[in-house]
Design a protein. Structure first.
Length: 238
């Protein structure tokens, strides 16, 4: 995806609709980091809809989201998967540089991921059931970087969302063990199971974009090889 502007600015609204049809496979990335500049007056917003058909595979691997001084941003992603589809979605949030030398001065980030599993209701009609609602809110002005509540003193956040009928506790434990020894604080949680489909959400805190890219890259490499028979991702952008 190519951003038509150099960055997101106040009152900007971007909408992205992606449909991966039955049996299709898509790797979707951005051409560079998504930058959120100052947003006086109103926040910048991105709304994304992802729909996966039966047997579809989607890997969403954007470059990092960089929020600069006095930036406010909202990102709403609505995902509908088929019980026999597969989703890998990675994201890294990075604070941008500011003129006074501090690096954690954005106003607010709101990121909401709503994941549904498509199915058939008892009356034969098609419907969806909620698998997970992942709602993230970060407000640095409420505290400095050394006392940021759930940020635990870290400035960078990485997330990996995986939805597939092969997700289970053993896989969650394996991914958690894979992240050991890195300069990052990582945890993995499972969702409930809907129509045989389970999801997991991995969160990793660090002070380095590169470190988080290593963590998420190691996890996605394991899944790409085991599930898709593909090599680790190397997008070669820089």
């Amino acid at each position: 995806m190519v951003n038509p502007g150099g960055a997101y600015l106040g009152a900007d609204l971007y909408t992205v609709d992606v449909e991966v049809e039955a049996g299709a496979s898509l790797l979707l990335t951005t051409q560079s980091a998504t930058k959120i500049y100052r947003t006086p007056g109103s926040y910048a917003e991105q709304r994304m809809s992802l729909v996966l058909g039966e047997g579809a595979q989607l890997e969403l691997a954007p470059d990092q989201l960089i929020a600069y001084r006095e930036a406010s941003y909202r990102q709403n992603t609505h995902i509908t998967v088929h019980p026999a589809s597969s989703l890998l979605m990675a994201e890294v949030i990075t604070p941008g540089w500011s003129p006074d030398g501090s690096s954690f001065r954005y106003e607010e980030l709101r990121l909401r991921n709503e994941i549904h599993v498509a199915g058939t209701d008892g009356d034969g009609t098609h419907g969806t059931e909620l698998l997970a609602l992942d709602n993230l809110l970060i407000r640095p002005p409420l505290g400095d970087v050394t006392g940021m509540g759930f940020m635990e003193g870290f400035s960078h956040l990485g997330s990996l969302i995986v939805v597939d009928d092969r997700v289970d506790q053993a896989l969650a434990d394996e991914l958690n063990a894979l992240t050991a020894g890195r300069d990052a604080y990582t945890g993995v949680s499972l969702t409930d199971t809907v129509s045989g489909t389970t999801g997991l959400i991995l969160r990793s805190l660090s002070n380095s974009t590169e470190e988080l890219n290593h963590v998420l890259g190691a996890c996605t490499a394991l899944l790409r090889e085991r599930w898709y028979g593909q090599a680790p991702l190397n997008l070669r952008k820089y």
